[in-house]
Design a binder for this molecule. Sequence first.
Ligand code: B12
Length: 383
Amino acid sequence: MSDRQYWEQTKQAIKEYASKIGIDKIGFASADPFVELRERLVEHREKGYESGFEEPDLEKRTQPQRIMEGARSLISIALAYPSKLENPPKSEPGAYRGILCRAAWGTDYHHVLRDRMDKLSRFIQELEPGAKIESMVDTGALSDRAVAERAGLGWVGKNCALITPEFGSWVYLGELVTNLPLPPDQPVEEGCGDCNICVDACPTGALVQGGQLNAQRCVAYLTQVKDFIPDEFRAKIGNRLYGCDTCQTVCPKNRGIHFQNHAEFTPDPEVAKPLLIPLLEMSNKEFKEKFGISSSSWRGKKPIQRNAILALAHFQDRSAVPHLVRLLENDPRPVIRGTAAWALGKIGGEDAHAALLQAKDRDDSPEVLQEIDKGLDILTAAR
Ligand code: B12
């Protein structure tokens, strides 16, 4: 058997095992440096489009050899996740609900992909005891999308997402770096063509041009910051508590796509679409119990609570006023008091007005006082 045949056979064995352990898609690529991506990342940084969640070292991001000496191949994997809630609970007056993005439904995908990649690594190690393997998902240095694109899992659309022909963009990505010389797959040629629906649908105009995103404007990013959300974006958050799916839900390539291949990703509707008011005063313990399993919990409870306040303002929910007043009076966190003040201004009414006036005399945080003034201005203007 030639060397080529030997590695082709090894690759086939890896593919078969991957499918057995519930990896929906797998592809192979060379571990050559990502030259074009490097240029994109430099431009991205120069324009101030980074979110700050990316690995800062661009050499590590684009050179697999920096991650593993002697790296020869990359193995990209994808797991499909559901895009629909079965029997979604209703959001209605007095019982309004927020929503978590689909990537936060069910068990945190980092754990699930890590489990599959650990199994795959052990299998490869048994086949090839000399194999060196490093695996990563999301928090690793490499661009998961660029690896998947090179490995033929799909193409990167104008919404930045890696879109697979079978599962659309509803896939999580992870990869293995190895010193084995596995034969590469061919990239997928399909693309978005003239379609611009996602770019036009983005609530904040964050998709600057096809494939490029200004993360500082992206609602998915804004829902995760811990500080105040800048005024221009507050109304655009809607009822999103974590992440945003707009550029994916509008994508024609995602039409009708809904896979429930993994029990772990089955959403609990009460977590995916939770009632807003109970979120406002939940304890750390309650937060852990409800959201601990979800990928939305990594920033802690504060951003989700702040977003719940914005969602109540979005719904103009009068029944939320006493709860928001309590936050304004008692919450130790300025972001929560300040956002509550702004929301009270949006919702309006006598009780909201009185609470804002009282807080103006009581609060000593300059940023909260600024939000109280904003709230009073909005409320007065609406009268
Ligand atoms: C930082 C980060 C974010 C940031 C910034 C996102 C961004 N687009 O840059 C924020 C918090 C906003 C975010 C949001 C989301 N994220 Co995120 N995120 C990441 C992370 C950690 C790094 C991404 C990164 O480096 N961005 C910088 C850009 C330049 O790199 P890139 O997106 O990988 O680049 C590709 C394309 O954008 C494109 N591109 C970039 N610049 C340009 C320029 C031109 C001209 C062109 C044509 C193309 C192009 O080319 C690259 C591939 O070759 C990755 C995990 C990882 N390690 O890769 C997950 C990851 C990208 N996120 C993921 C997910 C699921 C999401 C959300 C859908 C979650 C949600 N529902 O809210 C949104 C989608 C937002 C969007 N439209 O991109 C998945 C994507 C899966 C998929 N099918 O594509 C990843 C891969 C995590 C994972 N392992 O599954 N994310």
